[in-house]
Design a protein. Sequence first.
Length: 424
Amino acid sequence: MRNFFLVAVAALSMTACRQNDSVIESDSSFDMKSASAEYTSQCSKPVQTVSGNITSSNNHWTADKIWEIDGIVNVQSGVTLTIEPGTFIKAKPKTNNTASGVLVVQKGGKLIANGTSTAPIVFTSYNLLDCDGDTGGAPGDFGGIVILGDAPINTGTATIEGLSGSQYEYGGTNSAHNGGSLTYVRIEYGGFDLLAPNSGNEINGLTLGGVGNGTTLDHIQVSYGKDDAFEWFGGTVNASNLIAFAQDDDGFDFDNGYVGTITNALALADFNSTHSLSGGNPDSNGIELDNNAGGTSTPLLTHPIVNGLTIIGARNNTQGALYENGIHIRRHGQLTLNDALVTGYPTGIRVEGTGSALAALNLSTIYAHGFTTATIGTPAISNTATGTPAATFFLTGTPFFNSGSWSIAPRTWNYNGAWTNYSF
């Protein structure tokens, strides 16, 4: 969640970036170009356009087609949409400020999108599926995925950020709500502002509103999003093996009483991506956490548990100045960390304001670096560092994306599986 959005900083000037509007990484091991074999193997498939409401569970999106979302597609209450492994989905291009490529699972609906490690389900830019090697993806080419449920939130019920209308309400009393299953899923070049540029009311790569712990979220990657990669608005859903890569704003954003557990999560910055501003100042964080937008204390507090967290920003302070905090806890929000490493941001971990808190079962498992300040307002964390270049702590590889080949060994879960499309 943020207040303002800034369009892209200068595009890369390397030969590989032949188009003006693409955001393409400087390290060829992160291959998101349309010339890559994965996209060219898909681009000649027939296109099936879908629009409006999905009213029957007989809908199955199959891998023999490219599925095109025209505008906002709604999976209605009582309906299940199933997507086969290896299926590619894109948005139908629209005029400015008209939402397209937005898939919403309304309260009571389900999305079953279970890819595999070798055949992930990919939501991506239409420019990567046009069989034209001279075009590339840009943030906003795809809308985003929104899942809504009736699990508890601390504002009663609410309408999800980025959309309007009663059909987009979420929240309730059902902690066990089941919105379906997403496994081995990539969401690329997402994000959309429904109202107007810089309105502060954007759709994220994956938005979860009041989603319950009957839902499965595992092996999900969100890349080059126009706003946050992942955002939780209340709910109890657990998640594992998440990658937030090169997002414009926050990697992981928690609000409105979210109390689930995240296991194994990586937020990896690319300083060549777009960057958000608030009041003219950098506003991109690895994690941003609020109890609610008003900053009030409520019986249900935002308090996720994150086990196995890795937040990697920029290598030097010039690049790092494009960002704000590795972790920002504020407005009565609370966070429990276990086995966490944060590096490459101006401030590593910032706890701000009355009622906000950071906890850990063992503080010795938390590592925090900041170019200016390692920690602000936290308990006594012994594993800290300041200055430039950013600390790598116990990592044996080169963890910063823009510094050649990339590795965060010995943090070993499936970051470099075929499902990511990257040679991690």
